[in-house]
Design a protein around this ligand. Structure first.
Ligand SMILES: [Zn+2]
Length: 374
């Protein structure tokens, strides 16, 4: 493992979209792809209306009962074969990825609740306990929002993970929570970190924002990530609105064997910072992805749309566009090595596991907000 500055490379693209952080507390409002710049401005009454709807109204927003899941069979995932790509979705944006003999964990949330006042998971328990995790070569954090950066999980991973690769400014939070500085690698967009001669992690742009309180908005960077092994390439979106950066990322690091892209928590009012499902499909195409697995859905109630709507809209859009999708139930291991969709018509690696729960939601409540967020 290499955590020295010599292992960090900066590429030419950084000149075009460099976040230009001036220190770890430098505000990023002026940089490209600040989602807050493209969010619609709301009046005070619109804000109040939105908060009212968020806290007191809306049907279909949570399932009627805990959603199904499987326990992750770690031994099955951790084949140290250097020519394999497997992944288990742990819920929301958390993924345990086995790529070319390495283990990568993204945005780990090993808690049912993301903050004191935050929403509770739609699932009864975790598909994998931290104690059952094997050694993780790399933990990747996309940004500092509570549903992506969880203090409890970071502390628990201190001895389980080799290195934590994070956007600029986020490392200070990890250090506060007990991660030694030697294990923290901070990157700006288009910087690459070489774990060794085989595995490279590249920070790529995203259109979003950051902050965990009232006074730290955009004081740390947010990012998407390219995970580049000798035999496979994976894209992890973190959170992002749809923007032209996906084409640029695809041009530099694509094609990707699998893209894990956010699909959920969208709304017209904040379309700059989260994508609609149809945009998720377009982002996948821009990236040059082969198989699209949507993430950031079916875990937390973070918007006004029905809980199942993201995946329903996604598979419809993907079908029209000829895009192959993978929508495994949480905890199920998908072996992406065995799927070579480039020579087949689009197909769906899914079992429609959410349909029974969706049907139960539809039976019990009336569709007041079925079109919210479109
Ligand atoms: Zn976010």
């Amino acid at each position: 493992m290499c955590t020295t500055k010599a292992c960090i490379r900066t590429s030419a693209e950084s000149k075009q979209t460099d976040p230009q952080l001036s220190g770890s507390v430098g505000k990023l409002e002026s940089k490209n792809y600040s989602g807050t710049k493209v969010m619609q401005k709301m009046t005070v009454s619109e804000h109040l209306s939105m908060y009212w709807r968020f806290f007191f109204s809306g049907q279909y927003r949570t399932p009627e009962e805990a959603l199904p899941q499987e326990k992750v069979h770690v031994a099955e995932l951790l084949d140290r074969n250097r020519d394999q790509l497997k992944a288990a979705w742990l819920g929301h944006s958390s993924l345990l990825i086995a790529i070319d003999g390495y283990t990568v964990l993204t945005d780990p949330i090993f808690e049912q609740r993301i903050s004191l006042v935050g929403p509770t998971s739609f699932h009864k328990d975790l598909p994998l306990e931290v104690k059952d995790l094997p050694h993780v070569d790399v933990v990747i954090i996309s940004h500092d929002h509570y549903d992506h950066l969880n203090a409890y999980s970071i502390r628990k991973l201190a001895d389980k993970a080799g290195v934590f690769v994070v956007p600029s400014g986020v490392g200070a939070r990890l250090a506060e929570w007990g991660i030694t500085k030697e294990k923290i690698v901070e990157l700006n967009w288009w910087q690459e970190y070489a774990l060794d001669e085989h595995l490279t992690i590249a920070a790529t742009p995203a259109q979003h924002f950051s902050g965990r309180g009232l006074t730290d908005r955009n004081s740390t960077l947010w990012a998407s990530w390219a995970i580049l092994g000798p035999n496979h390439r994976v894209f992890f979106s973190g959170d992002s609105g749809y923007f032209d950066g996906f084409k640029q990322i695809g041009g530099k690091y694509g094609p990707f064997d699998t893209t894990f892209i956010e699909c959920g928590a969208y709304n017209e009012k904040w379309s700059g910072i989260h994508m609609f499902p149809e945009q998720t499909v377009q982002a996948h195409r821009d990236l040059g992805g082969k198989i699209l697995q949507p993430i950031h859905w079916a875990t937390f109630n973070l918007s006004l749309h029905p809980w199942y709507e993201p995946v329903e809209r996604l598979i419809a859009a993907a079908g029209s566009a000829g895009v192959t999708t993978s929508t495994p139930v949480m905890g199920k291991i998908v072996d992406y090595t065995v799927f070579q969709p480039t020579f087949q018509p689009a197909f769906q690696l899914q079992d429609h596991w959410w349909k029974p729960a969706m049907a139960r939601s539809l039976r019990r409540v009336k569709p007041q907000l079925a079109t919210a967020g479109r």
